[in-house]
Design a protein around this ligand. Sequence first.
Ligand SMILES: C[S@@+](CC[C@H](N)C(=O)[O-])C[C@H]1O[C@@H](n2cnc3c(N)ncnc32)[C@H](O)[C@@H]1O
Length: 255
Amino acid sequence: MRSAGKLTVIGTGPGNPDQMTPEAAHAIEQATDFYGYAPYLDRLELRPGQTRHASDNREELDRAGAALTRAAEGGEVCVVSGGDPGVFAMAAAICEAVDNGPDEWRAVDISVLPGITAMLAVAARVGAPLGHDFCAISLSDNLKPWELIEKRLAAAASAGFVMAFYNPISRSRPWQLGKAFDCLRAILPGETVVVFGRAAGRPDEHIEITTLADADPTSADMATCIIVGSSETRVVERLDLPPLVYTPRFAEVST
Ligand SMILES: C[S@@+](CC[C@H](N)C(=O)[O-])C[C@H]1O[C@@H](n2cnc3c(N)ncnc32)[C@H](O)[C@@H]1O
């Protein structure tokens, strides 16, 4: 039987309030209890009677359990991610908790509402680098071995996918991005287009367009999503306007 409560997983978008969906904004108005990483909860304007339950970045499964327990008790719960909640974020943690948790969590009415994910916000700032086939790879080796990340980088690069890198670097993961660029330099030409998109949509946004040969890992931080082009990705220079980066809609089998 369904529990009386409800759990909605939302994404705030990349940080610009205009990039949060009206559907997510409506879910925020309805909910009474909010679970999430504090900087994401800080993006919400809550009214009296709405309660914040902030937790640390790496406590996703505990947060999911606490949110499900509250919803199973009858709460109107909102679980908050940045960007899209299904992309390297809380929707998967909620599903994992339900999969492995007590029966009452299976009775909770769960909705996942889509949001604008970081790679789409960064891509839109420069043109259309994701205009043809692409993939998203988290460079965090907290939940998967680095060996697997290298394998996926090599497969994606060899197959001609444009790649978007999430979680490129942090204080506890300082070398992974440099290693990823080294792996790609062994497969892709040095002139491959690379876009560093930091804090897309926020006042401190910084966008840098460079090449794989010149890509410097110190240009990235935890708020950066990096797009590595395919051999088809091009930069269109323009007079007095920023360049356009795009990947054409057509592609050939490479020889
Ligand atoms: C744990 S993941 C969460 C992704 C999020 N669910 C999404 O859909 O964008 C965090 C990573 O997302 C990327 N990111 C989040 N917001 C960003 C923004 N405004 N600009 C660029 N990258 C961002 C960064 O790569 C960051 O390390």
